[in-house]
Design a binder for this molecule. Sequence first.
Ligand code: GTP
Ligand code: SPV
Ligand code: MN
Length: 619
Amino acid sequence: MTDKTYTVEEVRAGAPAEAPEELIEFVAKTANLAKPDSIYWADGSDEEWDRLTTEMVEAGVFTRLNPEKRPNSFLARSLPSDVARVESRTFICSEKEEDAGPTNHWYDPVEMKKILHEKFDGAMRGRTMYVVPFSMGPLGGPISKLGIELTDSPYVVTNMRIMTRMGSKALKLIGEGGEWVPAVHSVGYPLRDADGTVREDTAWPCNDEKYITHFPETNEIWSYGSGYGGNALLGKKCYALRIASTMARRQGWMAEHMLILRLTDEKTGKQYHVTAAFPSACGKTNLAMLQPTIPGYKVETIGDDIAWMRPGPDGRLYAINPEAGFFGVAPGTSYDTNPMAMDTMRGNSIFTNVALTDDGDVWWEGIDAPLPDHLIDWTGKDYTPADAAEGKKAAHPNSRFTVPASQCPIICKDWEAPQGVPVDAILFGGRRASNVPLVAEQYENAHGVFIGASVASEVTAAATDVKAGSLRHDPFAMLPFCGYHMADYWGHWLELQEKLGDKFPKVFQVNWFRKGPDGKFMWPGYGENSRVLDWIVRRVGGQVDAIDGVTGRYPKFEDFNLDGIDVDKATWDALFEIDPDAWAAEMDETEEYFKQFGDKLPAKITEQLAKFRERIAAA
Ligand code: GTP
Ligand code: SPV
Ligand code: MN
């Protein structure tokens, strides 16, 4: 079988009428390079979802879950080599290496284009190339942005349908002249080689060689070799964080790895909006859907992973969630820890790399249901309690659910407000077994940036190629997601703070993960984190005092609501204990870390480090 070539006229003939010329040309050009057998324009309809999911079930890519338990829901299993983001294969291809900065993998854009040209040449042989129009943010919203993902993976198409506003409506906006970002994705597993040799298809096609590449100066994304999550759903980390952060810098806004929630004080009716940046798999989805354990508060979810924030006409910062779904960590999610997430995934969901029960439902470590006598694990093998006893996991630690945000029982009625919600407080956190207290408030705006810049956290399973458990710096929880020089990004934050002054949201540092000498978490976490939110909004409202300390301002024991939980004064003291020697060592190490940023490191950060040391000396 010879390769098909695609003329612009042919592509136009097969395209919806709204598709503009520029898009037709991009599709034709990419098709002539990747050489798919056909081109399909996704419209985002229910009919299309049914057809694609049925085709994937027939091809063995998807397992249909028991419709009585989990209607219209599917399980996919990836290859063990393709289970998470691969940071070492993620590249920022800016013209100057300096613009990518020392924390990103940089590649020369011209050289990378050559590599990609070679890799994508014939990469889609034997497959369909799907044209996936999407909007990040509500359709037509002033902060929203459009994109086109070309992909040879129907798994990606169905996930993009949940995670973004995908299909005809987004295409219509593109046709009306809306700017769009081109994003090209291939699993890198053609079904035919150039010489005609046929390859057998697999349930999870991918390539051992992966390239997740970004061209911030031309707003392009090319991703090759992986079908998983942030590597392949290009609207998410690639666009909404890496590319968007560079756009945001140019245009005076912010693209952040943050959840967004609304907290309502039911007595006064006052609403607070809180955003929070925690590194991957460190609790954003859980905090976003928190069920307060203390009376008088209601939490509503706006977003669980990404926030785009912009100064509004009143000088405050406004946030939108650019996504339409949640791609959440499955293990540890239960009716006990996160009931709202459990209810969100009651149907119309895709599960990846979780275990399958004999009655066609899902299971993972930490779900409420006890371990059944028999499961099919995430690798497709039989799994019994004997495997569990050997320490084998039935679900991969980075197994995930893809669910529509609209199905969340506590989704905020304003979650799609095109202009966003005004932000009252920004939280930074991470997994810290020691040193970092439960909560601390910034002294001043620049201290807030210092708090973000000095975030370090124990590595989780959300990326394959960094050692889980080890402590690493993850400034602003953006280490893998900042599209430009990290120190310039801190400078951008400082600039916005200066512009908004007192109206810039106050920053708080939080840590749910401090451990006692017995190795157990000292703070109960989850719904009990509402107690921390309570103190934070009372601080924002100026209703309560604080104690000045080394890392920031701390709550007074008597001001903090601990009613009904097993946190006594000794535990409280341990949660806030500051070891000056440990902090002196941490600041020495942080100073060492900052050295790589050279003279791009903002002077205000250096000043904050000095102030921090003064506080240690006075402690
Ligand atoms: P990404 O989607 O990777 O960006 O992660 P995320 O920040 O949304 O993480 P998520 O909320 O999914 O949490 C990851 C893991 O942390 C889950 O296994 C949770 O059960 C656990 N976790 C979340 N909140 C808490 C908490 O307050 N205390 C404790 N001990 N664990 C928590
Ligand atoms: C993360 O790793 O922070 C995620 C999952 O939210 S992924 O979309 O794969 O990046
Ligand atoms: Mn994330």
